[in-house]
Design a protein around this ligand. Structure first.
Ligand SMILES: Cc1cc2nc3c(=O)[nH]c(=O)nc-3n(C[C@H](O)[C@H](O)[C@H](O)COP(=O)(O)OP(=O)(O)OC[C@H]3O[C@@H](n4cnc5c(N)ncnc54)[C@H](O)[C@@H]3O)c2cc1C
Length: 361
């Protein structure tokens, strides 16, 4: 039996382990963290990511955890109501093949599907010199596997940082969003213990923001906000995700029997909205390529040739789209409002839906 070692038990690592184990590989997953992560932010799994979840047999379990799409209230900085965007607008922007889940729920569903098929160990790591037939570095944006294989310097930092954390409180079943010059804040409330806050802002010096620490930096950038968004920051949130918004651009994804997968290889950023989907599709297609080719290096080369154009396209989309998360001026905020309000008109919404369905094919 061929042996695979997978570093990282995030979406990419667990999806890879699941696909390979089902194809008859003996798989060991090594995760640095002491336990599986829970909670996190909300991810949309759309288009090819949804299709990969289907092929991996995960849709029934994911549907049980689907948060659905909610009405969004756009607010001003003081928390006052600006306008309402019905959930039908969100439906148009994600298309028909879509699920909305907490990242932690997606990882739990993957873990439950693979736990009896693979040897998953927490609190450990490994490097590509490990004696194995296939070594998969699915260790995220700050991948140590990438550094071991190709050296440092393949992260392209965009001028933004992002923070996200779970929020407790009563259920409203609504989302509240503030979009102002240089920054966006959102709170998605799906119920008690099912609420996540999200903040991103533009900065020319992401390392300095990270050095300040999540809460001091986020309170500096958003402390003036009123309403539920300001309240979320005034609590003492736990499990705060806070990082630079960086893409990964590395000339090759594999070297011999070792390969990078997920954010470690091609991080597209949250601005692309397809990172989780690409991780799952990448894992599924890796299984296909390994079935189709006798040698591991040939399979890895064929897999990369087919997948790389998709990652490049999503990275370009993220760079084009990042302004909508942090419009440069009040005028750009106003333009965004006009576009969003237009989408409440059924005719415009149908056009958007058709465009999204084409892009998600
Ligand atoms: C706020 C936000 C919103 C997002 N929204 C969406 C969305 O709507 N749709 C979408 O598709 N994507 C979205 N994304 C992107 C998506 O979450 C990521 O692309 C995806 O989680 C990447 O998965 P990964 O497994 O490659 O990496 P990670 O999730 O980073 O997992 C890497 C794993 O490797 C482990 N690890 C790290 N180093 C080591 C080591 N040396 N040894 C062992 N283990 C190690 C880590 O602990 C972690 O468990 C969003 C991202 C953010 C930040």
């Amino acid at each position: 039996m061929k042996r695979a070692t997978v570093v990282g038990a995030g979406i990419a690592g667990l999806a890879t382990a699941l696909r390979l184990a089902r194809d008859g590989w003996s798989v060991t997953v090594l995760e640095r963290a002491p336990a599986l992560r829970t909670g996190g932010y909300v991810v949309n799994l759309v288009g090819f990511g949804y299709d990969a979840a289907n092929r991996l047999g995960l849709l029934p379990a994911l549907r049980e955890r689907d948060l659905g799409l909610v009405t969004t209230t756009l607010v001003r900085a003081d928390g006052s109501h600006k306008y309402t965007v019905p959930s039908a607008v969100a439906e148009a922007t994600v298309g028909s093949r879509a699920l909305t889940v907490f990242r932690g729920d997606l990882e739990t569903v993957l873990y439950e599907a693979v736990r009896d098929l693979a040897d998953i160990r927490f609190g450990v790591t490994a490097d590509p010199s490990t004696d194995t037939d296939l070594f998969v570095g699915a260790d995220g944006l700050h991948s140590a596997t990438r550094s071991a294989l190709f050296g440092d310097g393949f992260r392209v930092d965009l001028p933004y940082v992002v923070g996200a954390f779970p929020v407790s409180g009563p259920a409203t079943g609504e989302a509240v969003t503030y979009i102002g010059p240089g920054r966006t804040a959102g709170l998605m409330n799906f119920g008690p213990d099912r609420t996540a806050a999200f903040f991103t802002y533009r900065t020319d010096n992401p390392p300095a923001a990270l050095a300040r620490g999540a809460l001091p930096a986020l309170r500096d950038a958003f402390g003036d906000l009123g309403g539920v968004l300001g309240d979320a920051l005034r609590t003492e949130p736990r499990d705060v995700y806070f990082d630079a918004v960086s893409q990964v651009v590395v000339p090759r994804w594999s070297d011999g029997h070792a390969v990078l997968l997920g954010d470690a290889a091609w991080c597209v950023t949250l601005f692309a909205g397809h990172g989780a989907g690409l991780a799952m599709a990448g894992a599924d297609r890796l299984g296909e390529a390994l079935r189709a080719h006798a040698g591991v290096p040939d399979a890895l080369n064929a897999w990369e040739s087919a997948l790389r154009p998709e990652a490049v396209k999503r990275q370009a989309m993220a760079r084009r789209g990042m302004r909508q998360f942090a419009p440069p001026s009040d005028f750009h905020v106003w333009l965004g409002d006009v576009a969003l309000r237009a989408m409440t008109l059924p005719g415009i919404r149908t056009l958007v839906r058709k465009g999204v369905e084409r892009a998600n094919r």
